[in-house]
Design a protein around this ligand. Sequence first.
Ligand SMILES: Cc1ncc(COP(=O)(O)O)c(C=O)c1O
Length: 413
Amino acid sequence: MRSDSESLFEDDNFKIPVADRVKRLPPYMFGKINKVKHQMRVDNIDVIDLGMGNPTDPPHPMILEKINEAVGDPRNHRYSVSQGIANLRKEVAKRYDRKFGVELNHDTEVLTCIGSKEGFSHMCLALMGPGDSAIVPSPSFPIHVYAVMLAAGNVIALDVREPEKFLENIAYTCEHMFPVPKVVVVNFPHNPSSTVIEQGFYDELVKLAKKYGFLIISDFAYADICFEGYKAPSLLASPGAKDVGVEFTTMSKGYSMAGWRIGFCSGNSEMVRALATIKGYYDYGLFQPIQIAAIVAMRHCDDAIDELCVEYQQRRDALCDGLERLGWEIERPKAGMFVWAKIPEPWAEMGSIEFSMKLLNEAAVAVSPGRGFGEDGEGYLRLAIVENSQRLRQAVRQIGRCLRPGDDVAEEE
Ligand SMILES: Cc1ncc(COP(=O)(O)O)c(C=O)c1O
C-alpha cells in the first residue's frame, strides 16, 4: 500500500541518497496496474476506469462562471492568505450550522486547505513526532497511514468495518498501551469499505477521547454523498467534540471540484492553530479565484448536491444489480463513492491484485485491489461509481464476458 494517486515512475528505488522517511515508504501497490492502464490508453483501448474516486461530473455552471470572472481580475493573481480568505471561512461556518447545527468561529475554528488530503497530512505533522502513535481505520485510505509515518509516528491499524467493535478496540488499546495513542483517525463514510455510523458513535468516541486524553481527526470527505435518506453525521455535532477534535471536509466530492484542491479543517481551535502554523511556513494559500468560486458554490449550489446524490445512487444500483446478476455478494453502500465488493469464488484465491490485473487486461475495467488498502483489504475490490450508469452497465457486461464467457447472464440489462 502506498499513495493512491496515479504514478508512472519506473520503480521505487532512488539513485540519490533520499531521506529515510522516503525510503521507509513501502513499494507502490497500484504501480503495475497504473502502468498497464496507461499503456492500454496509449494503445487506444477504452478502459472503464473505476479505480479512483475522481469525479467525472463537471462543477455547477455558476461555479465555473464565477471562477472565470474572478480570473479576469488582476487583483486575484497575487499570493492569497494561507488560512483562506475570511468570506470563505465564514461560508464554511454557515454551512456547518445549516447542515449539522454546529457553531464555528470562522477566525479560530476554520482553516482552508489545499484539498483535505494536504490538510490531513500536515495536521499529522503538526501533532505527531517520534514516539507518538495514532489509531487509524483499517482497511486504510493510504494517507491515513502514511501521513502518520511521514510524521515519524507509529500506526495502530484497527478494523473499522464493525463500528461497535472498532470503538471497543480503541478503548482496549488505550487501556493497555503506554503511552496512550495521541491521535485517533476516523473516516465515515469510510473509504474504501463504505462503512457508515450514526451520531452515537461520535458521542462515545468523544467520551473516550476525554477519558484517555487522545485527539480525534475526522476525515469527512464523503459528507455530501449519501443515499436513501441516510445522513452522514459530523463529529463536531457531538457534545464536547470541539474540545478534542477537528474534522476535514472537501469540495472534491459533493461539488465535483477534485482538481481544484480545496478543503477545510474545522473544530478545536488549538489543533486548527497548530495546522495553520505549519501551513503558514509551507504555503501561501489557494489561488484566490478558486476561493471566490467556492464561496458561490456553498452559497448557491447545495441543491445540485442533492441531485448528484440521486445520480450516484442510480450508478450504485446499476453496478450492484449487474454484479449481483453475475453472482457477486454485494453490500450496497449507504454513502460515499465506492462499492466494496468481495471477490467471488472461484477467483478469491487469486488475490485482489492479480484479480484486478485480470479485469484490466481481459475486461478493460480498472478497479482498485483491496490489498492496496492494507492486509485487511485482501479478498475485496473497490469500485468507484464515478462513471455514468450506462458505462457501469457496460463495465459489468465486460466483466461478465471475461469471467463467464458464453454465459447469457453477463449480457442481461
Ligand atoms: C477518505 C478520503 N479523504 C480525503 C480524500 C482527498 O480529498 P481532497 O481532494 O480534499 O484532498 C479522499 C479522496 O479520494 C478520500 O477518499
